[in-house]
Design a protein around this ligand. Sequence first.
Ligand SMILES: O=C(O)Cc1cc(O)ccc1O
Ligand SMILES: [Fe+2]
Length: 489
Amino acid sequence: MEERTLNRKTNQSLFRFWRHPYSLSYLLLLFHAILPVNYQCVVIPSPISGLQMAQLKYLSGFGNEFSSEDPQYPGSLPQGQNNPQICPYGLYAEQLSGTAFTCPRSINQRSWLYRILPSVCHKPFQPINSGNLVGSWNEVHPNPNQLRWKPFPIPPIQNGPVDFIQGLATVCGAGDATVRNGCAIHTYCCNSSMDSRGFYNADGDFLIVPQQGELMITTEFGKMAVAPLEICVIQQGMRFSVSVTGESMGFILEVYGVHFALPDLGPIGANGLANPRDFLTPVACFEESPSNSTFTVLAKFHGRLFSAKQSTSPFNVVAWHGNYVPYKYPLQRFQVMNSVSFDHPDPSIFTVLSAKSAFPGTSIADFVIFPPRWAVAEHTFRPPYFHRNCMSEFMGLLSGKYDAKGAGFMPGASSLHTIMTPHGPDAESWSQGAHSQLKPEKVGDGAMAFMFESSLSLTATPWASNVSCRDLTYHKCWEDLTSHFQHRF
Ligand SMILES: O=C(O)Cc1cc(O)ccc1O
Ligand SMILES: [Fe+2]
């Protein structure tokens, strides 16, 4: 059977309206077209011209209780209840739970999806080749050294298409998806769109950080365009498919058993860092499936990939409501805090999102960024300090230059300093920081670095340890640090 593409805009003709078995209820529901629907739309021009997504609409806010219906199907969202005996337009109701039913209300997350067929309508899942994905850390050899990688190579299209899922490789991680505690860091390097393939991750949430290439992500909740300097979060179980316009590369922080939240602001006050209204969630937009279609749903379960066929698009959700949703965030919206007197504050002031562990103030993983900012601290060594940390630090450079490193940490490069591994500015950056004149200075103009910081002891996978872009000379960047100790005698 021929596979159909998932990102085809579906036929929503009047003809289909009249032949639909629930056309009477259509008429009644037309009244809903004039009723206000409880959402706040933001229209953001898409950066992706090649994907014909000129303008996408989004709902604004973090952790909100949203509702959305495909504008072509007014009244498709049931009002006043979740489970009408028959849903509007003959849709099926399906709940997607992101937390235990009984989680406290403040952290409880779930959404109700109203879809053409429920997700259960698929052929059995079969295991497929999991490539360079790793989900268990038993075979991984620990390495306490400083590790660094030049940009992970994107396979050229001449060598064959590689999509977002085929291009996944696990760099490092710790913990276990089966006991819902841990995290993994992956890279994706791809050159093609997923077309008729949808994917869900049963293991955890993906925080996706594109470094090269814009992503058009179709989800069950609608479509998101995510360009470099934007990030998105697709939470456990949400189906999605990634289209690209060319060679694309980026990083993924996966967390098991916990969801990302905004950090508390403490004495900072009610505003600052990542502000909730800058988080954007897609609006409902569904795909119908012509008869005789076949779609593939891929699953990541216990770190392994599985594949199943089904006859309807997994993106067949006409309306939804809830607070368990995918979202994106433009990193330039981050309001940076820093010292205006002296000394270098800890990088936790740059936390965008936290996946908290059960220990107060200690995260499974934090997503931290280093945006352009003014440095004004007096009588201070301004670059990042030398450091040994009880947390693991995975860093990447999206653009520009990082203030602790020279050319060896180029855009697209990444590094891992795991628990108690000493690290800090390279010899040249130290020299600059120690001797430069301390006038007000813009740090990292046009630059953006990020850090995935985890309380878990991250270990690199065999793939990451042996990949050809590993910088085996990394340790040399500190070799020129010499003693300046002034003996008393
Ligand atoms: O470059 C790093 O290692 C990250 C980092 C940045 C910073 O400003 C202070 C401490 C720190 O670990
Ligand atoms: Fe550090």
